[in-house]
Design a protein around this ligand. Structure first.
Ligand SMILES: O=C(O)CCC(=O)c1ccccc1C(=O)O
Ligand SMILES: [Mg+2]
Length: 348
């Protein structure tokens, strides 16, 4: 196993109610398996995953474990609850090698019957004043996005309503709007926001309440605005979320869930329970974005996913083979992830 550190600045930082993301530091993982070199990416996001330091030491331990116990030893050394980003990095490299060895794009390694050329995606719009928010959604709509997710919760509910009204006034009813409060509201604020957002045609709000408040989320359901849970899934709490009927939608971030395989399994489990999966990145470099894209591509009729985050990075690890056209991302049909490990550079 080979591990290389990278650090990439964002050209367009993402402002959210739980802070602004302005750079991404992580590790490229390479692993030789079945005659192929697979590539993976571990890009921790503190608050969501382990720290960069804990990710690095977990990858060190996994590398040790791999030298005696092979890929099984490495996977056993990487706990999805403790070090999800490190596990994502290694698991992605292993899956990339497996899919290459089997001669299929990664999404077909999850479901060999499937063919999927494109995945619908949402534009992601950060917190900013009303005119800027409306401008960002308008530009996204003009470039073909039919679904836009707007960050809320940094301001008062009344101010967020003003922002979303400015958006509706600017783009009309043709664009599906979602909001993401990143856990910022009290139950009372959330109740008020759901009432007012209904008139603005907001499809769902991601994480209206703090992660632990599953009862509160369950009580917000049933109206025109859906409840999507994201932070509530951190630390392997998916079972609790499903059991308490707390969500209409699960936001599945492979980096937070310990890898693409875990995310795919949870997506299928959600579907069986009548809960819609939406796959998103944690604003990652190209390797992890592709891994998330393949997870989404393996889900039939997936709802627009939060994968269009690549243009926020000022630099990347390799050229991105997927492009967003008319609100859809092209799925690479080459074997594995669709980027060759030799093209991935951490020294650029
Ligand atoms: O879902 C999207 O549109 C993009 C991803 C995103 O918003 C995000 C990115 C990094 C960390 C947290 C989040 C989030 O969904 O809360
Ligand atoms: Mg979210």
């Amino acid at each position: 196993m080979n591990v290389d550190r990278f650090s990439l600045p964002l050209s367009r930082p993402l402002a959210t109610a739980s802070g602004t993301i302005d750079e991404r530091t992580g590790f490229v993982v390479r692993y030789d398996h079945r005659g192929e070199t697979g590539v993976g990416e571990a890009t921790p996001l503190p608050g969501w995953t382990e720290s960069v330091a804990d990710c690095e030491s977990a990858l060190d331990r996994a590398s040790e474990a791999a030298s005696t116990g092979g890929h099984t030893g490495a996977l056993l050394a990487l706990d999805a609850g403790e070090v999800p980003a490190a596990r994502h990095g290694f698991a992605t490299a292993l899956l990339d090698a497996d899919a290459r060895a089997d001669g299929v794009p990664l999404y077909r390694w999850f479901d060999s019957e499937r063919r999927c050329e494109r995945v619908p995606v949402n534009a992601t719009v950060g917190d900013s004043p009303p005119a800027e928010t409306a401008g960002a959604v308008e530009r996204a709509a003009e470039s073909g996005f039919e679904c836009c997710k707007v960050k809320v919760g940094s301001r008062s509910v009344a101010d967020d309503v003003t922002r979303l009204r400015a958006v509706r006034d600017r783009v009309g009813d043709g664009v599906t709007l979602r909001a993401d409060a990143n856990g910022a509201w009290s139950r009372e604020e959330a109740r008020r926001a759901f009432e007012l957002f209904a008139d603005l045609g907001v499809a769902y709000v991601e994480q209206p309440l703090p992660a632990d408040d599953l009862t509160g989320h369950a009580a917000l359901r049933g109206g025109p605005v859906g409840v999507a849970l994201d932070e509530s899934l951190v630390d392997r709490r998916v079972d609790a979320v499903l059991k308490t009927d707390a969500a209409d939608v699960l936001i599945l971030k492979p980096m937070v869930l310990g890898g693409p395989g875990n995310a795919h399994t949870l997506a299928m489990r959600a579907r069986e329970r009548g809960v819609e999966p939406v796959v998103t990145t944690t604003v990652d470099a190209v390797v992890a974005r592709l891994a998330a894209l393949h997870v989404a591509a393996a889900i039939p009729n997936v709802s627009p996913c939060g994968l269009a985050t690549g243009d926020r990075l000022a630099a990347d690890l390799a050229a991105d083979p997927s492009r967003v056209v008319d609100g859809e991302m092209a799925v690479p049909q080459d074997t594995g992830l669709g980027v060759d490990s030799s093209e991935v550079r951490t020294d650029a």
